[in-house]
Write a protein that binds this ligand. Structure first.
Ligand SMILES: *Cc1c(COP(=O)(O)O)cnc(C)c1O
Length: 456
């Protein structure tokens, strides 16, 4: 009885449209949008009454409609401050870009660009020219181009060069990268026949040689980017793979995952395979990501010998995996930092890796101060992440907030729900915030967020 009454008493759409506050937004936005938001709100109201709750007042419904409209009109993809201590955090968008890369992307997208036009002749050109010579100069490769992302680059490579043929991979490298991206699945998708050799922990040159037959075209190395095998292990080096490939007239494909143009050991990190080394060793085609250690926008970089790279460029899948002008401009600007020898000073990922511990300690101290006596600075580790340097980490200083699991969860939630969310990580009932992964110009946001949340 009560339920029927309350349902009957619900205002109609027209009634809500006559409200003064609604009239204000009605003048600003399309009528259909407003009506659809009102209908959704009324439907929620009906369900809540049927569920046993008391019906809201007209004022309550109007407020809910205004709130609903605001939520619909706000982009859900927004910036966050990454205090998680993972530099290449895939869920947080991987690499932040340099000022120059951002400017280049804006410039390329504001108006038109000479994307595919030869300025000398006025004839149609290729978008690859904007990046090819840069990549060749930096890596020593004969030919190069970029596609949408590394996964599509690998798929394109296998499809163009190994469809219906056998590709031999060490069992220890037939890995899942994360997010369900599995090398064996990609190979199947390309139509290449994957032949896994060796055992999980040990693969020898003879395992490769014994598996080669007349339908084999390629040997492949996949960088086991997100885990490391420790203990009794044996892998065939890239150099050995190339010796075998030459002997049997096969090609060698190298999926570096992150890859690096700089020597990570110079920063106290474990060695990450360098693109230049892969090229120098004589790999046919090398694949790596634009937004991992390269520090640019999402892209798949393909470098190698002209014969094979040209086949990839001309394959129909290359069109399906094509990169847009905006990211092409961003990758080119990022590569220029390396060419000028200024990557460590300009590319945010490398700035974070190279940041001195003393500087991080100072920032952590400032953050902790904002929290009064509620936090302290402790030693910790920054992870590189993004499928590079398995187990690779850098010493850092963390702001640690304790007070029990419930309180820590609550603070962490409040930080996530702010206008500019701040993302930390919880370990052993402590909320940990790492200044190394936060851009220095964002310190203010963190300090304000922490002091407001603690004071409340
Ligand atoms: C990350 C990774 C990929 C996928 O690269 P995306 O740029 O994310 O598409 C492929 N292979 C390896 C070894 C990786 O680490």
């Amino acid at each position: 009885m009560r339920v029927n009454m309350e349902l009957r008493n619900l205002p109609g759409v027209d009634k809500i449209l006559t409200d003064k506050r609604i009239a204000v937004v009605a003048g600003k936005y399309p009528h259909d949008l407003l009506v659809s938001v009102i209908r959704e709100q009324l439907e929620q109201e009906r369900l809540s009454i049927i569920g046993g709750k008391a019906g809201a007042s007209l004022d309550g419904i109007v407020k809910a409609v205004l709130g609903g409209l605001e939520a619909v009109l706000k982009p859900t993809l927004r910036r966050v401050v990454n205090a998680s201590g993972v530099i290449l955090h895939t869920n947080l968008g991987r690499a932040p870009l340099s000022r120059e890369a951002i400017a280049a992307m804006e410039e390329a997208s504001r108006g038109y660009a000479n994307l595919e036009i030869d300025m000398g002749s006025g004839a149609r050109g290729s978008r690859h020219v904007h990046i090819e010579s840069l990549l060749c100069r930096l890596t020593g490769a004969e030919a190069a181009f970029v596609v949408n992302n590394n996964a599509s680059g690998v798929l394109l490579g296998l499809t163009a060069l190994a469809r219906r043929k056998k590709v031999i991979v060490s069992r220890g490298q037939a890995v899942e990268i994360g997010g369900g991206f599995r090398i064996p699945d990609v190979m199947r998708q390309s139509g290449a026949k994957l032949v896994e050799v060796g055992t999980t922990n040990c693969t020898y040159a003879r395992d490769f040689e014994q598996a080669i037959d007349e339908s084999t075209v390629a040997l492949m190395r996949v960088h086991s980017s997100n885990f490391s095998l420790v203990g009794y292990t044996s892998e065939v080096s890239l150099e050995e793979l190339i010796v075998i490939a030459k002997k049997y007239n096969l090609i060698v494909l190298d999926d570096l995952g992150s890859g690096s143009l700089l020597d990570t050991t110079a920063f106290g990190l474990a060695p990450e395979p360098m693109v230049q080394q892969s090229v120098k060793a004589g790999t046919s085609v090398t694949f790596f990501s634009g937004d991992k250690l390269l520090g640019g926008p999402q892209a798949g970089v393909i470098v190698g010998s002209k014969e094979y790279v040209e086949k990839l460029k001309k394959h129909p899948l290359a069109r399906a995996a094509r990169i847009d002008k905006m990211r092409l401009a961003g990758i080119a600007a990022t590569l220029l930092h390396y060419l000028k020898g200024e990557a460590v000073a300009k590319v945010p990922v490398w700035k974070m890796i190279a940041a001195p511990l003393k500087e991080i300690d100072k920032r952590a101290g400032d953050w902790a101060k904002a929290l009064g006596g509620e936090a302290n600075v402790v030693d910790g580790q920054t992870m590189i992440g993004g499928g590079s340097l398995p187990g690779g980490s850098l010493p850092t200083k963390l702001v640690a907030i304790g007070g029990g699991s419930k309180k820590v969860q609550e603070i962490s939630r409040k930080l996530r729900l702010r206008e500019v969310p701040v993302i930390g990580r919880i370990e052993k009932d402590r909320l940990l915030l790492d200044p190394r992964t936060v851009l220095p110009e964002e310190d203010e946001i963190v300090v304000r967020a922490l002091s407001e949340i603690i004071k409340k």
